[in-house]
Design a protein around this ligand. Structure first.
Ligand SMILES: [Fe+2]
Length: 395
């Protein structure tokens, strides 16, 4: 990993740029063609509408994608401090994500081992290493051990060591936490990829700060919510009055990292020598957009990173956990104002434009008006994603 650019000290101090890149990211950036030399491929690709609206296909995905292999759960930054814990209900299964006193993350079923009550309700992060059930005050530590029960002398033969929280197999890498939602299935972490983690480590994703978190409840299949983050075709159309003019209407440089996809694109102001310009913040001229398979999106901006988890709760319902991550909390008025405006803008672009379009699309597809959707050369990453998806679904 190299520092690609050194911003002027005052700008770095004020705006906290994210300017580190992995060797692999730098090689990909050097493959971006100048805009006037970029050619868009012509492709023929279709996808049956039933993959978005069909209950059978949805059930197949639930079994093969969301239960047989580990899925992305949340960002490490959500539980930054040792001894912290947060409830996570997005997948429709009450989960508890914790970081124990030693800094190790865990994913548990959010159920007290006395009578099953959720230990934490709501979305606040609990701190202090102790999780006390609101019902009968059984208390657990963030590593899942039962450390106290009220009036223990009234239970005959209560073995506290056998009543720890039910833990799901989980793994943390590159600032993302994955877990097996079915704790009885054979653990499969094949989506966790070394290069993906190295790229995210280069962004220093594991140590970033949650500036903003918003949950969206959408009336759309989760893949319709995902697709805008796999193509640039819509950017100058859907986002014409917001961020569209910042982006060029050209293909991305695309790499697969295991099951995951990395797309790198030059913005309107991109020049091929951008890695060599002293003081340049590379994220001002290049956008990185990742699909963390199957349902997480990571997108870079000059001063923050967006991470989204698109969690299907029904064939036509998706819960999105959106996180805006910055290097630190703002520590000066200029930074505070920039972050505030950025958060407002990104939430309105993703929520009011991309997610809105996904809902429009789902509503139209559900009418049965068309049998398949068609993709252009500016959407070529979607058929690539579908190949990966179909490969996993076939196993
Ligand atoms: Fe978009």
């Amino acid at each position: 990993m190299n520092a690609t650019a050194t911003a002027a000290p005052t700008e770095r101090a004020l705006l906290q740029t994210l300017d580190m890149l992995s060797e692999s990211q730098q090689r990909a950036i050097r493959r971006i063609a100048p805009h006037d030399a970029a050619t868009v491929p012509t492709i023929e690709a279709r996808r049956p509408v039933s993959t978005f609206t069909g209950e059978d296909f949805f059930q197949l995905e639930q079994q093969r994608l969301f239960r047989k292999q580990a899925v992305p759960i949340t960002v490490s930054a959500r539980i930054a401090d040792p001894g912290s814990a947060v409830a996570h209900d997005g997948y429709g299964i009450p989960l508890l994500v914790t970081r124990d006193k030693n800094g190790v993350s865990h994913v548990f079923l959010n159920a007290c081992t006395h009578k099953g009550a959720k230990l934490i309700d709501g979305c606040d992060v609990a701190k202090g290493n102790r999780l006390t059930c609101p019902y009968h005050a059984w208390t657990f530590s963030t590593d899942g051990k039962l450390i106290g029960a009220a009036r223990p002398e009234t239970f005959a033969n209560l073995d506290k060591s056998s009543r720890g929280l039910a833990e799901l197999p989980s793994r943390e890498a590159g600032g993302i936490i994955w877990a097996m939602l079915d704790r009885h299935a054979a653990p499969d972490f094949s989506g966790v990829d070394d290069q993906l983690a190295a790229d995210f480590d280069a962004f220093e994703l594991p140590g970033l700060h949650v500036y903003g978190h918003k949950q969206f409840h959408l009336d759309a299949n989760w893949k319709l919510v995902l697709e805008p983050f796999l193509e640039g075709y819509h950017v100058q159309r859907l986002h014409a009055s917001t961020v569209g003019p910042l982006f060029a209407d050209v293909p991305n440089v695309v790499d697969t990292l295991g099951l995951n996809i990395r797309q790198i694109s030059g913005k309107m102001n991109f020049t091929p020598d951008c890695l060599d310009i002293p003081g340049e913040n590379i994220h001002a001229s290049v956008t990185h957009a990742y699909n963390v398979f199957p349902n997480c999106v990571v997108v870079t901006s000059p001063y923050y990173i967006s991470v989204m988890f698109l969690m299907p709760t029904a064939v036509d319902k998706t819960t999105v956990d959106y996180f805006m991550l910055t290097r630190r909390p703002p520590d000066n008025p200029k930074g505070a104002e920039l972050y505030r405006k950025s958060y407002e803008m990104i939430v309105s672009v993703f929520g009011g434009e991309d997610f809105y379009a996904a809902q429009l699309s789902h509503a139209g597809l559900a009418t049965g008006a068309i049998d398949d959707v068609v993709y252009s050369g500016l959407e070529a990453t979607i058929p690539l994603y579908n190949e990966i998806l179909d490969r996993v679904l076939a196993n």
